[in-house]
Design a protein around this ligand. Structure first.
Ligand code: FES
Length: 260
């Protein structure tokens, strides 16, 4: 693999292989690859697939940390492999170990079945539900409201937080940090009118109160987001749901007033 400055080295890339259709359990396959200082983990996987074993299976699309499809577990930590360099993650023996995301069924090698992840996401109705009385001109939002939304808006739904969550490991009915973060995004959005339903949904036995506040989701998020804070916000709002929904209605009436 050539690089800008031409310096290269050998690395041992360990990939967890598993085809549940024909194999009983996962196993490690070891490959030696020449890497440069700029080689990403995804570059390394692509090189292995092209040059050494075409059957290695993994997901990727954008290569720019935007689509979220390349989330994997590298040396025990969930990350996007397209924006991490191999050199950053090599151990002292010059090895790196790549596994699929935990707590999700493996389809093949590094590809997992994300059905439960998306099912939980849909539970919170992550889309905007506008009120009946949409203002003629525009919704107005305060700078504080915009700032509150920015945390959740940057989420790319890669699954790194979901697969690092110990509650998900024990209970697949748990809504999960990804969906709770998106629920908080909508609940805090003054343009949305689905607040009551969402707060009821996240107040159930498998919702925000199930979180053990272990902070694994924060450590795992490749975008530096804070699902734990969003979950705490939802807990507080759920406890005063009726008052919050009434205040939201009043606030929307004010926001709906013409600005001039
Ligand atoms: S390939 Fe899209 S986030 Fe990595």
């Amino acid at each position: 693999m050539t690089t800008k400055n031409g310096s290269t080295r050998k690395a041992t890339i360990r990939v967890q292989r598993f085809n549940p259709d024909v194999e009983k359990k996962p196993y490690w396959a070891e490959f030696t690859l020449t890497i440069g200082p700029d080689t990403t983990i995804l570059d390394a996987l692509e090189a292995l697939k092209t040059e050494q074993d075409g059957s290695i299976t993994f997901r990727r699309s954008c290569r720019h940390a935007i689509c979220g499809s390349c989330a994997m577990n590298v040396n025990g930590t969930n990350m996007l492999v397209c924006n991490r360099r191999v050199e950053e993650v090599l151990d002292r023996q010059g090895r790196v170990s790549i596994k699929p995301l935990s707590y999700l069924p493996v389809i093949k090698d590094l590809v997992v079945d994300r059905t439960s992840f998306w099912e939980q996401y849909l539970r919170v109705k992550p889309w905007l539900i506008p009120p009946d009385d949409v203002p003629e001109k525009e919704f107005r939002m305060s700078p504080e409201e915009v700032a509150a939304l920015q945390n959740a808006e940057k989420c790319i739904m890669c699954g790194a937080c979901y697969s690092a969550c110990q509650v998900v490991a024990m209970n697949k009915k748990y809504i999960g940090p990804h969906a709770l973060l998106k629920a908080a995004l909508r609940v805090l959005d003054p343009r949305d009118s689905g607040t009551n339903g969402r707060l009821l949904e996240i107040s159930g036995a498998d919702g925000a109160f199930r979180c053990h506040t272990i902070f694994n989701c924060i450590d795992a998020c490749p975008k530096g987001l804070d699902p734990t804070q969003a979950i705490e916000t939802l807990r507080q709002l759920a406890q005063k749901r009726e008052a919050f929904v009434a205040a939201r209605r009043e606030r929307q009436k004010t926001l709906a007033q013409p600005t001039d």
